[in-house]
Design a protein around this ligand. Structure first.
Ligand code: ZN
Length: 1021
């Protein structure tokens, strides 16, 4: 037992702990060193390897891997030596001091009683309460045994250790941890423990089942007048008690952790719900299975193995075998999340129903275990079955019947929800459906369709049901050159489209609810330039639950619906099956690639949602909630117990709408004439000031450099985390997940609530004021520019040090992203759906460009780009237009940089070999010996050396102060650097402490650690 537990804790514990550290940049190397198995060290070494390198290079035993191996081999050898020295043949009982042994052997055996013993007569009453007392006695004794074995204590200490290592800085985003709110501790941190606990469960249950046999007491205990079920329940009870004790310790540990971190809102109820409700119930189900396995298998070690194999199958095998329905695999259930805003939302009840159903199975297991419980030494299965037959008495049959009824009842209810109320669609069927959508409707892809030229909505949100009724009217405009005789409408199939009508004669000719595809024929075709009104009425609610749980959008507090849930015009290529292999399986032709940036035809096609429209909405919700829609709030009123809000846009906006409703608190502020509002959940006040400061700093910077802000207001609206952990910009509005920044604990880390806000506000320009052509590079115009803008705002507030810290992470993420399995890397200019390029590389590239060319120049180019394409009509702008503006402001000597950064994939490799400093003319003459190399990579990461003759920054620094990475720069200037070795000599007034090349890592490079080195005093010193 000790060896299993030790091995298990060592294996899982070190992996978990090391994984937890990996999240933090500064600790990545520490994690690679402390992982006893060396996995992380290997990973650290090959982090930046591109697919080409992964296929052609071998991992060398060097650097962090070498150290890791040295540390752990030394440790292993030391342990072995220690154990060898300490090892003794002999039995534990024989140990003890000589003195004790002497007294023991010297003792004489005295028989205390020589008269015959009279056995008192007792009445043998086996009533139910005697049985209960027996069960409780066994619970007490067995728990005592578990406790006495000290493994429970050991495990508890190990789990606590894990809790404090992984939870100390939990949920780190950009080097910034999250406040240890209760669900982060109970769910995100402790939620990683169950696999370890399951294995504990099987070990303990094995010990309990085998206890009497192993100590040679089974002949006596088996002869006791105690029925099997008493033993079974007693032992099961002890196991649950042990697990509950462990949970209690973890809960206390969690609270202690929160207190130590200065967070005092202990939600005891939530702890109890998660640890003792959801998790303990799950452990109990596994414990029932473990006991059954040990009773059935009747071989302790094989029993362990069977359980572990089943767990492995449960976790991984089911996907391979395609067992998808949660009713088919004990004790599967859909997942759940917790949100401060909407609690467990709609997720808890499906989870509980599934677990109740499995609870009925567990009861059946108990009946079975009771029948097959082994008594005596006879272990043949045949004999045990025969015995089971005789044990199948009336009470046993009754219990089996109860279990069967519960199973049918709960199972029936679950099945009714998953397969009758809702469509149950296994993976293959879902894929087939997507394929069918494409086969059936692809032909309409190019059918001329009207565009939305205006819209109005009436949204009724019923948080208590929950349900959403959405009525809308679109003004449709025929912008094509041909008459349109039918309108194609697509709506999310989960939403019921109840009615569609025109303001003229027309009829529905196709209503495909499976794919959400509707075709309406017009009596009289819509002439070019003409328009019509289309009205629809849709309803969104959930009927029961599905195999995967519940719809996240329908919650009691925190409704968030965006334009994806509104009807859209025409065939939607975005909804096609995207996975290449699956497409092939379905016999579909490869998808059309995103049109080339040079495709003039594609530049003239209006992109999705590119219309500039006015919109008006009336949105109704519960009395205690506030609803938000696009535009300014014109009026609010109550009517028949509901609260209504009327919003109207002030300027034309793109067709990207969002509607919210929740019990919000509202923070009001002002920037010039613009109303600044944050709609937030009561408990999430940590970072509101940072967000407001960011909004104001952003508006200051962007209006000064890029042009005016368009709306009378800017809003940040919080939404629950089960909708996602992102932030997204809508006209005048930023939807902001509670999981991103609202609970960040910004101290020395990066103020990412500030940065994310600045990024989203920047989208009010980049994306909010023009529509990019739907060709390669489209997202560069949105995301790269928003990232760049946010960095500028951040620099103004936090200084360049913090920006460099963040850029270090972006550069790391870009280089890791290059491993891009399945995707080919493209230059920034062409980035399509590769986030690591248009976000991470984009930020690094734009910041470098700013450094080489100057902030004013870059901003001038961006402003000119925006001015040319504001409220764009065809031809729509592409990255080529942006590049053109940048070329105009870039001096000839630096044009090469645009090619390196935007048009090609370039990686540098620079290092400082030696720095010598000698006193000269009252100062110091410093000679740097450096080496430069420059590579161009192709789409699979195959690098080719090119001649380097680039301007690169050279820096000399004073000694670093406390907590600084580098001291004050004494010299910082760009020099020409060629390929290969070369020296540069500069003179500074004071002895520098360190010096090197590209010290702030403005250019993209793999090994950045060798750029700057400490200075060795040269000759003459
Ligand atoms: Zn963005």
């Amino acid at each position: 037992m000790a060896s299993y537990v030790g091995g298990l804790v060592l294996f899982l514990g070190s992996l978990f702990a090391a994984e937890a550290l990996v999240e933090q940049t500064a600790l990545r190397e520490v994690a690679a060193l402390i992982d006893p198995f060396g996995f992380l060290a290997v990973r650290e070494l090959i982090t930046y390897w591109t697919p080409f390198e992964r296929n052609t290079q071998l991992v060398e035993l060097s650097g962090v891997l070498l150290w890791n191996r040295l540390i752990w081999v030394t440790f292993g050898v030391c342990m072995l030596a220690f154990l060898y020295v300490r090892f003794r043949f002999g039995h534990e009982a024989e140990r003890g001091t000589k003195k004790q042994k002497a007294t023991l052997s010297g003792q004489e055996v005295v028989l205390e009683r020589t008269t015959p013993l009279i056995v008192p007569f007792t009445v043998k009453a086996y009533t139910f309460d005697v049985r209960v007392r027996q069960v409780l006695t066994i619970v007490r004794r067995s728990f005592g045994e578990i406790f006495a074995s000290r493994f429970l204590l050991f495990i508890a200490v190990a789990c606590l250790l894990f809790l404090f290592v992984a939870g100390w800085d939990a949920w780190v985003v950009f080097d910034t941890p999250t406040w240890p709110v209760t669900y982060v501790v109970a769910r995100e941190v402790l939620g990683q423990l169950p696999p370890l606990i399951y294995i504990l469960v099987v070990l303990f249950s094995g010990e309990l089942v085998w206890r009497e046999r192993e100590v040679g007491m089974s002949e006596i205990t088996d002869a006791m007048p105690v029925p099997n079920w008493v033993l079974l329940f007693g032992k099961f009870g002890a196991l649950i008690l042990a697990l509950a004790a462990l949970q209690a310790v973890l809960m206390a540990g969690g609270i202690l952790l929160q207190a130590l971190k200065g967070y005092y809102n202990f939600e005891l109820g939530l702890y109890v719900q998660i640890l003792f409700g959801i998790q303990l119930a799950d452990y109990a189900l596994w414990a029932a299975l473990a006991l059954l396995v040990h009773v059935l298998v009747d071989q302790k070690y094989i029993g362990h193995l069977v359980f572990v194999l089943y767990y492995v199958f449960f976790s991984f095998g089911r996907r391979l075998l395609g067992i998808e329905h949660n009713m088919l695999l004990y004790p599967a259930a859909p997942g759940w999340t917790y949100s401060d805003m909407s609690g467990f939302g709609p997720f808890l009840s499906p989870y509980m129903w599934f677990k109740l159903y499995w609870g009925a199975w567990a009861l059946l297991f108990a009946v079975l275990a009771n029948l097959l419980w082994r008594r005596g030494w006879e272990s043949g299965m045949q004999r045990r079955l025969r015995e089971a037959g005789t044990r199948f008495t009336r009470p046993a049959a009754q219990w089996a019947a109860v279990a069967g009824l519960l199973l049918l009842g709960f199972g029936g209810f679950v099945f009714y929800n998953t397969n009758v109320l809702n469509d149950y669609r296994p993976f293959d069927e879902r894929i087939a459906r997507l394929a069918a959508y494409e086969r059936r409707y692809k032909e309409y892809e190019d059918a001329p369709q009207p565009r939305i030229a205006g819209s109005s909505y009436h949204v009724e949100i019923y948080p208590e049901k929950p349900a959403i009724a959405l009525r809308g009217t679109y003004l449709l405009h025929n912008l094509t050159a041909v008459p349109i005789d039918s309108v194609h409408l697509m709506v999310d199939p989960a939403i019921e489209l109840r009615e569609v009508s025109f303001d003229r004669q027309g009829r529905r000719v196709l209503e495909d609810k499976v794919h959400g595809y509707h075709i309406l024929a017009l009596e009289k075709a819509l002439a070019p330039g003409d328009s019509l009104r289309l009205s629809f009425n849709s309803y969104f609610n959930s009927r029961g639950f599905t195999n995967s749980g519940a719809a996240a959008a329908l919650v009691r507090n925190g409704t968030f619906i965006d334009y994806d849930r509104l009807p859209v015009m025409g065939y939607q290529p975005e909804r096609e099956l995207k996975n290449k292999a699956l497409r092939e399986e379905q016999g579909l032709a490869p998808r059309k690639p995103t049109p080339s940036v040079y495709d003039e035809e594609a530049r003239r096609t209006p992109p999705r949602y590119a219309e500039w429209n006015h919109s008006e909405s009336v949105i109704g919700t519960d009395l205690n909630q506030i609803a938000v829609a696009p535009g300014s709030l014109r009026r609010t009123w109550t009517e028949s117990g509901r609260r209504y809000f009327h919003y109207k846009t002030d300027v034309p906006v793109k067709n990207v709408y969002s509607f919210f409703s929740a019990d919000y608190q509202v923070l009001e502020d002002k920037w010039k004439d613009v109303q600044v509002q944050i709609f937030y959940h009561q408990a999430h006040q940590f970072n509101l000031k940072r967000m407001v400061r960011s909004v104001k700093a952003s508006l200051d910077y962007y209006t000064e450099h890029f042009g005016p802000y368009r709306y009378p207001q800017i809003r940040i609206v919080e939404f629950p985390r089960h909708e996602g952990g992102y932030a997204r910009a809508f006209p005048g509005t930023v939807a902001y997940s509670e999981a991103l920044g609202f609970m960040a604990r910004v101290e020395d880390g990066i103020d990412y609530p500030f940065v994310v806000t600045a990024h989203e506000v920047a989208h009010q320009w980049w994306g909010g004021q023009f529509a990019a052509a739907d060709v390669q590079g489209r997202r560069v115009l949105h995301e790269t520019l928003a990232h760049y803008s946010a960095l500028m705002v951040m620099e103004k507030t936090y200084g360049p040090g913090k920006v460099r810290q963040l850029l270090g992470q972006f550069q790391h993420r870009y280089l890791v992203g290059r491993q891009n399995r399945g995707h080919l890397e493209v230059p920034l200019l062409l980035s399509d759906d590769q986030d690591y390029i248009h976000y991470d590389k984009g930020a690094v590239v734009m910041y470098a460009l700013r450094d080489y060319i100057g902030e004013e120049q870059v901003n001038t180019a961006l402003r000119r780009f925006l001015e040319k394409h504001r409220y764009s009509q065809a031809p729509y702008p592409t990255t080529l237009d942006l590049l053109q503006e940048l070329r105009t402001i870039t001096p000839d000597s630096l044009q090469y940089l645009l090619k390196d950064l935007f048009e090609e994939i370039t990686v540098w490799d620079m290092r400082t070999r030696q720095v010598l400093a000698e006193p000269a003319d009252g100062g110091y003459r410093v000679t740097l010996e450096m080496e430069g190399a420059k590579m161009k990579a192709d789409s699979i990461g195959r690098a080719r050396q090119v001649t380097m003759d680039d301007l690169v920054e050279i820096g000399l620094f004073a000694a670093a102060g406390e907590g600084e990475e580098r001291g004050k720069p004494l010299y910082l200037r760009k020099h020409h650097l060629r390929s290969g070795r070369q020296t540069i000599t500069v003179t500074v007034p004071q002895m520098p402490a360190s010096a090197g090349i590209d010290p702030y890592h403005k250019l993209i490079e793999w090994t950045r650690e060798d750029n700057v080195i400490e200075i060795t005093p040269g000759k003459g010193e």
